[in-house]
Design a protein around this ligand. Structure first.
Ligand code: 13P
Length: 258
């Protein structure tokens, strides 16, 4: 059985390094008996170099973002090679909050994706529609109502060779489910996963589409994680709010990956 991938996205939290280290140590201790998961913590950039030294094989560091050049005169940016150098393994690219607040387009995400792959890091590529109107009256997810996920995928994967596709983890994160307390249902996630696989299959062939990991993010917690994973056939979770509460995050990991 493939290990589940559990990714904690701390976003712009907590506001002191002391709190970050406390949370890190709590999670690190709590996950010692977790056998069936690869856990990735994505703290804010400033904490990464300090925390990256404390990670182990099953528990690794990820970044929430990066720039698409490896070095140069780009004030305020962080490159994939810098992340690699301090021990990061994964980088989240294309998160909807970056689209919303920093005007990232799929074309920019595409450049970032290429730079992350070039630096031999693993990208966690986010896709998701904005509203729940993408579901028909029976509650089935229909891409005809909202072509966004397909459009995002096609643009973001433009020029990525087939040989590199297996390294990408797709995170299905519907915007309407992020931070709302209203997660997608298992059915929603499964139909989104099938749709994503179909798009990948059309672009790269069926075999590649079946091996690609598709994880889910949006209002997950210890109460819904097991159902979401099982019914949605998700290969893992991308967790926001619940990852900031050490006890809750450890509980969550235990119900899906002991
Ligand atoms: P929440 O779990 O807080 O809804 O956030 C999901 C998310 O955006 C993870 O990247």
């Amino acid at each position: 059985m493939n290990k589940k991938l559990i990714v904690a996205n701390w976003k712009m939290n907590p506001v002191t390094y002391k709190e970050a280290e406390e949370l890190f140590r709590f999670v690190e201790k709590g996950m010692r008996d977790i056998k069936n998961a690869e856990v990735v913590l994505c703290p804010p950039f400033v904490y990464l170099p300090m925390l990256a030294r404390l990670f182990s094989k099953q528990f690794c560091a990820g970044a929430q973002n990066c720039f698409y050049e490896q070095g140069g005169a780009y004030t305020g940016e962080v490159s994939p090679l810098m992340l690699k150098d301090i021990g990061c393994k994964y980088v989240i690219v294309g998160h909807s909050e970056r689209r919303q607040y920093f005007f990232e387009t799929s074309e920019i995400v595409n450049k970032k994706l290429k730079a992350v792959i070039e630096a031999e890091l693993k990208p966690i590529l986010c896709v998701g529609e904005d509203t729940r109107d993408s579901f028909d009256s029976k509650g089935h997810w229909t891409h005809e109502l909202d072509p966004k996920v397909k459009e995002q995928l096609v643009l973001m994967l433009n020029g990525i060779p087939k040989s590199k596709i297996g390294e990408i983890v797709i995170a299905y994160e519907p915007v309407w489910a992020i931070g709302t307390g209203k997660p997608a249902t298992g059915d929603d996630i499964l139909s989104a996963k099938i749709f994503i696989q179909k798009v990948i299959s059309d672009l790269y062939g069926r075999k590649v589409s079946q091996t690609m990991r598709v994880i889910y993010g949006g209002s997950t917690d210890s109460k819904n994680a097991a159902v979401v994973m099982k019914e949605g056939q998700a290969d893992g979770l991308l967790v926001g709010g619940a990852s900031l509460d050490g006890e809750e995050f450890v509980r969550m990991m235990k119900c899906i990956a002991l």
